[in-house]
Write a new protein. Structure first.
Length: 144
């Protein structure tokens, strides 16, 4: 009987501890971004999107400014890129007002951007060799 109670207490503790963990999307590719329909956005670059999904990085950011995270992600993308070109990441907002916390290992840059977008409520535009984060309301506006 004591062994049974101990097993129940252990199970209850595990359930409690798991409920305290933040939710993390586990779907490969984080379905938060869909490329625009062909021909609808002349600035979109499919090669950069493919690179976002192919390059794997690890990050450990705890409450750091978005601008710092984006510089770090640009550096990590250059290190992970076989051509060492990487991808540049910029934000069209006062990036010192946004903070991100992400600790994740060996995932695509596409996934990391998904977590950044989720935490900051931003969207992205993909250009040749560059990703721009911008407010959601500006995401579908054509480039000037």
């Amino acid at each position: 009987m004591k062994k049974h109670i101990k097993c129940l207490l252990d199970a209850a503790l595990i359930v409690f501890l798991l409920s305290c963990l933040p939710l993390v999307a586990t779907t490969p590719g984080v379905p938060w971004y869909t490329p625009p329909a062909q021909g609808t956005d002349p600035t979109y670059d499919d090669a950069t999107f493919t690179k976002l999904k192919a390059l794997k990085v690890s990050v450990q950011w705890v409450n750091i400014p978005l601008e710092v995270a984006l510089k770090d992600l640009s550096s990590k993308s250059q290190q992970a890129d076989p051509d060492h070109l990487g991808i540049q990441f910029t934000a069209k907002i006062p990036s010192d007002t946004q903070k991100v916390s992400i600790t994740i290992t060996d995932v695509s840059i596409h996934n990391v951007l998904g977590y950044i977008a989720q935490q900051t409520h931003l969207s992205i535009k993909i250009h040749k060799g560059e990703v721009v984060l911008l407010p959601l309301k500006e995401a579908n506006k054509p480039e000037q």
